[in-house]
Ligand binder design. Structure first.
Ligand code: CA
Ligand code: CA
Length: 95
């Protein structure tokens, strides 16, 4: 689902890293999910965003899985580097 965050097309990062515009889109998406602005996304923040974007049918268990999958250092939060990595991986894997 990460690829839907910035509205990226599949293969958008086919050349490798995101370009400047794509980077800005990722930063913007991160800022819109990080409600309290502490620079990291908690499970609650992600759940809030998912519920708002896709409706309440998305189970919180699925959100917990997303957090676990993206949380590289295991602290229970998704920081920007982890978020960016998840988005880039998701978009790259679609191409
Ligand atoms: Ca936060
Ligand atoms: Ca983390």
């Amino acid at each position: 689902m990460w690829q839907s965050i910035g509205g990226f097309e599949s293969g958008a990062f086919a050349g490798g890293d995101p370009d400047d515009d794509q980077e800005k889109s990722i930063q913007k998406a991160f800022g819109s999910i990080d409600i309290d602005g502490d620079g990291r996304i908690s499970g609650d923040e992600l759940l809030h965003w998912v519920t708002r974007g896709w409706g309440p049918n998305e189970a919180s268990e699925d959100v917990a899985k997303l957090v676990t999958a993206a949380d590289g250092d295991g602290d229970g939060f998704i920081d920007y580097a982890e978020f960016r990595g998840a988005v880039v991986n998701a978009v790259s894997s679609l191409s």
